[in-house]
Design a protein around this ligand. Sequence first.
Ligand code: SF4
Length: 334
Amino acid sequence: RRTSAVARAVDVWADSEEKCVLRNLSYQNLESWVESIGYRKSQALMLWKYLYGDGKWAATVDEMTGLSKEFKSVVKEKAELEVLNVVRVHEATDGTRKIVSAVDGGTIETVVIPFAAGKGRNTVCVSSQVGCAMNCQFCFTGRMGLKRNLTTAEIVEQLVIACRLTADIGGVTNVVFMGMGEPLHNADNVIRAANIMVDEHGFHLSHNKVTVSTSGLVPELRRFCRESKCSVAVSLNATSDEVRNWIMPINRKYNLSSLLGALREEQVLRPNTHFFFEYVMLAGVNDSLEDADRLVELVRGIRCLVVRIRRSRGDDQMAACGQLGNLASQQPPR
Ligand code: SF4
């Protein structure tokens, strides 16, 4: 039985002149939409597999060769697939690729990071907003301010593009929401997108291979922990409120004690997982031995991993952490 919210949404689609953006829909909503255009629910599964299934990742309805001619033409008439307009792909010397896409309100960036040739592990870093409202001191995106949230389709399509780009080197194995934007400031769309990414009939990524990184929006963090089984990384970056207030202004609203307290409580509901903590080392600001000692005490009792030292990737194309949204990075490669 349809929920009343779904029924209302279907009525809107049925009456609307506007095309339905398929990648905005959860599987349940896609089923309802397929029914609303006069077809059986079972057709939705075939459509879903063409949108997200291994090796398919359709960019157009014409690529959905196994659908009946009639169904395809109705889908073509009433729905749209592509919402991103890729304007540029930069490739760094280490193989990292940064994809710049035009959307309403500006451009967004997606970074594809091959782990090592032949190892079959490729990570894609997706954006969740145009700009960001959080204003972290060390981050270029933060200086842009927030332009708007991305839709579910705009987030999911970044993964579709990355899958197509990496098809010959093993496909995408990991997704991190660490591109432009604070993902949990756009919780509705990020939760729906993350859940699409792990759906067993689609991308079928493992929950622990899809990681949402947050600066520490506590209520939305709690919500995410309850509505998705995907991994959570917290950008910690300081061991005292004084320093964190300065480098991450969100700490003035949700301080270290409320952030870490929330994680202690939420881990009870996620018994087989651990949280990740990210820590950008800023010389003379947060990298003293006292910081190291305080960090150990702060995270005591939380099942966690303080992120291993990362080799910066894609620096020569401004695709590394904290560099997204830099105008210089959006110029054509020389
Ligand atoms: Fe926003 Fe993340 Fe940059 Fe902070 S680090 S300003 S949350 S994009």
